[in-house]
Design a binder for this molecule. Structure first.
Ligand code: ATP
Length: 425
């Protein structure tokens, strides 16, 4: 299957329903070109004779329904052709969802709300991408909601968010949109840090996403694809049930785990379909370290963009301590006996606590809230964007923040995130 090879460049002949998988671990670049036939990357079609560049960290599968020839130049660390893939099952799942969209269009009702669940590293995000790409290629405008606070694909870590998808993901850069995402601040990298707060964040995101869905007819019939995090036991499972209820989910796709599939069959409303799907043998496991690095990378990209491709130039802004309206959500749980009468200890976890600025703020991400009245509506509002504290000057009573905007910050409530980013520029 490999012809026309030189040391650096190799042609791969793929038969129909096969995929070429490669990984780049080292600091090298790989160029990929479709020479003949048709091929797609997670549902986005490759343009013939166009050269696509991939960098360190890329884990890629190029699939073909019809057969194709692909040229790879450079030397990936792993590269092979796989004949066994679940792509036909994923395509059939897409067709069933598509039928629901067509019905919704005819009746002018809401399209399918599909939630994808499964343990870590089973290809949940990848399946979301495939289903969204197939939907937009047929002219739909679905919404992606991502409930994964650690490895989400829309905003920075520590948040959950929704994004309207208008065009297929770019081969090299993924989904991007002219429209701003709807982002909810949570402030930690795992849901179990503050389960009470995470639950409220899901309810809020569901509310504003369903509201957004109703704003235009095409999006309404297109529906929502919801990505979730890999915590599927105990309280993690309860969060999945809660999300299914709040988003009024019609279909749950369970990747890889039969136990989870059976639990959901037992526990969700009769109106919600639960479907089991196998994971792809190509999905690559990621270590704790890789996950931490990818969180760091996402925050860096929020401020600095992607170097060489689409760089951004953030600004440094000073803010006086006295001008800061800074809070954090949730404080350590006290025993019930220490609480004022009528208050539960867990209430503390969703309360707003004012923060005195000081040296410990350094490197922390702060979210700018749309809330006008902090005490009342912070938990019900999405956020405008983020800044990162790069310096605290106790003598001058100011903090310096890195901000995507050159303007002084609007006079809004700032919410402290546990997430930190060390600005090495
Ligand atoms: P998480 O545990 O973070 O929720 P996940 O279940 O969403 O993970 P993905 O992010 O979809 O998993 O996939 C993990 C990695 O495997 C990604 O880097 C993805 O690009 C890669 N991957 C997915 N499918 C394939 C495939 N068929 N061949 C090669 N690599 C793949």
């Amino acid at each position: 299957t490999e012809t026309g090879n030189s040391k650096e460049s190799k042609d791969y002949n793929l038969e129909k329903d096969c995929e070429l998988r490669f990984e780049i671990e080292s600091k090298s670049q790989i160029k990929v070109e479709l020479k003949s036939g048709f091929a797609e990357l997670y549902g986005t079609e490759l343009v013939k004779s166009k050269k696509y560049t991939f960098y360190q960290g890329a884990k890629v599968a190029i699939f073909t329904y019809q057969g194709c020839v692909i040229n790879i130049s450079g030397s990936p660390d792993v590269c092979y052709i796989a004949r066994e893939t679940p792509m036909i099952q994923y395509l059939n799942t897409h067709s069933a969802i598509e039928q629901m969209r067509v019905n919704a269009e005819e009746r002018e009702t809401c399209g399918p709300k599909v939630m994808i669940v499964g343990p870590t590293d089973v290809g949940k995000s990848t399946l979301c991408k495939i289903l969204l790409n197939y939907a937009v290629r047929l002219g739909h405008r679905p919404i992606l909601s991502d409930l994964d606070v650690g490895q989400g694909n829309i905003s920075i870590p520590g948040t959950i968010a929704s994004l309207l998808i208008e065009r297929p993901a770019s081969i090299e850069e993924g989904f991007f949109s002219q429209l701003a995402p709807l982002v909810i601040h949570y402030g930690h990298k795992t849901p179990d840090f503050n389960n009470e707060l995470y639950k409220i964040c899901i309810s809020t995101l569901a509310d504003i996403t369903l509201e957004r869905l109703n704003e235009d007819k095409r999006t309404l019939s297109s529906g929502i694809i919801i990505n979730t995090c890999g915590w599927v036991k105990g309280q993690g499972y309860q969060h999945l049930l809660h999300a299914a209820k709040e988003f009024k989910v019609d279909v749950i796709l369970v990747l890889d785990q039969e136990r989870l599939y059976n639990e959901l069959l037992r526990d969700v409303d009769a109106g919600c379909k639960v479907v089991f799907l196998p994971k792809s043998g190509g999905v690559v496991e990621r270590s704790q370290q890789t996950r931490a690095e990818s969180r760091d990378q996402r925050i860096r990209e929020y401020f600095y963009g992607v170097p060489l491709r689409s760089p951004l130039y953030p600004h440094s802004i000073d803010i006086k301590f006295s001008d800061l309206k800074l809070y954090k959500i949730g404080a350590p749980v006290l025993p019930d006996s220490c609480m004022p009468l009528g208050m539960k200890a867990t209430d503390n976890m969703t309360k707003l606590w004012p923060i005195q600025p000081g040296p410990s703020l350094i490197h922390h991400v702060l979210a700018l809230s749309f809330a006008e009245n902090p005490e009342q509506d912070v938990l019900k509002k999405n956020v405008i964007g983020f800044v990162c504290v790069t310096n605290v000057d106790v003598e001058r009573q100011t903090i310096t923040v890195l901000s995507p905007q050159p303007r002084p910050l609007p006079n809004v409530v700032l919410l402290l995130s546990e997430l930190q980013f060390i600005d090495s520029h």
